[in-house]
Design a protein around this ligand. Structure first.
Ligand code: ISJ
Length: 360
């Protein structure tokens, strides 16, 4: 390619960038008009609309003809919306910290980077911060494809008045990060208990003698390992980078397709978008066929259940509550009827939220 052609292409790129610059600012202006109209009507609570944002992203993905992938388009436009919204007021989002956790990555993936982030110690602290209004939204892990449910989140959902307003799925890549130069030098390996569990086979094969120490998060593990040359951490890229800890071996998780689902917590369920999920918790007195009977309305209305999980009931020993995820919104006519019928049969039925299915 000659220098002239290269220059001509760069000039074209500059022109395109000028047009993009004008357009994103024009978009920010339009979003500000919507915000002003909402404020004039006293609809402050409508300021952030997860349902509308999901629709914006789905429409763009459908229209996308490449060469950028749908995932790239989603990521770019999420950041555009995030910046537009922050122009009015950055959302206050609490998450399971400290900085560098996978939960932070999930929060940024969902809300974009133009938020006011509040890293907190512990799932319970995240719930409390949103319940008290200290943060408008919260992000907590709920399920890992290798390790199963995060039971603390389920138990806390049962007692909370918060609603699930969104979900985020994140591929989880765990790395062995350490200042040690060779594996035999490592005598201690820190991680969150989920990180240790997700890498169990790798650890048994490559570091059978090292002590495994469970700490509050993979980020905390990276911090501890950065201060001890005989220690390593199982942690994310972000956590290792934050504490300047070299990655000795990347991607050591046992399941190649290791991913974690996170929930976004807020105060009000978003309206239906046509592609939604509903989470609920139900219980029925313990008797033969009890659960089957309770779920019968779902089959009758042709509803799709994507998850069924039992947890010990806080009410009594050997009593259980069931966490259920369904496709659809609680206001969709069939789901509404099915929930009504289930309510008649159940000793407990609590809707935990209806929310747009994750767009990624
Ligand atoms: C602009 C609006 O408000 C917010 C900003 C959005 C955007 O930038 O597209 C979308 C939904 C809301 O979170 C709206 O409700 O349309």
């Amino acid at each position: 390619m000659t220098d002239e052609t290269l220059q001509a292409i760069r000039a074209r790129i500059d022109e395109i960038d000028d047009a993009l610059l004008r357009l994103v600012n024009e978009r920010a202006g339009a979003a500000a008009e919507v915000a002003a109209a909402k404020e004039a009507e006293g609809r402050q609570a409508d300021f952030y609309r997860p349902a509308r944002e999901a629709e914006v992203l789905r429409r763009l993905r459908d229209a996308n003809e490449g060469p950028l992938s749908d995932e790239d388009i989603t990521r770019l436009f999420r950041e555009v919306m995030s910046a537009c919204l922050a122009l009015q007021r950055p959302l206050r989002v609490a998450f399971l910290g400290p900085e560098g956790t996978f939960t932070q990555e999930a929060a940024l993936k969902h809300f974009g980077h133009a938020i006011h982030s509040q890293p907190l110690q512990g799932i319970d602290a995240v719930f409390r911060e949103v319940e008290s209004g200290g943060a408008e939204y919260g992000v907590v892990p709920v399920e890992n494809s290798t390790e199963g449910m995060v039971t603390h989140t389920l138990d806390r959902l049962l007692s909370s008045s918060l609603q699930i307003v969104g979900e985020v799925e994140l591929p989880i890549v765990q790395n062995l990060a350490t200042n040690a130069t060779a594996l035999p030098e490592i005598t201690r390996i820190y991680s969150h208990q989920q990180g240790l569990a997700q890498c169990r086979l790798w650890l048994e094969t490559h570091a059978p003698a090292a002590e495994r120490i469970a700490v509050s998060s993979t980020a905390e593990a990276a911090r501890l390992a950065s201060e001890d040359s005989q220690a390593a951490a199982i942690a994310s890229d972000a956590a290792a980078e934050r504490y300047g800890l070299p990655i000795h071996q990347a991607s050591i998780q046992d399941g190649a397709a290791n991913s974690t689902r996170f929930l976004v917590l807020g105060h009000e369920s978003p309206e239906p978008t046509g592609e939604d999920k509903t989470s609920l918790v139900i219980a029925r007195e313990n008797r033969p066929g009890g659960l089957a009977g309770l779920l019968a309305p779902l089959a009758r209305y042709g509803l799709n259940m994507t998850r069924l999980e039992s947890r010990p009931s806080p009410e009594g020993m050997w009593e259980y509550v069931f966490f259920i995820d369904l496709m659809g919104h609680a206001e969709d006519p069939d789901l509404k009827r099915a929930l009504g019928e289930m309510q008649q049969l159940a000793s407990l039925l609590k809707t935990l939220g209806s929310y747009p299915r994750s767009v990624d």
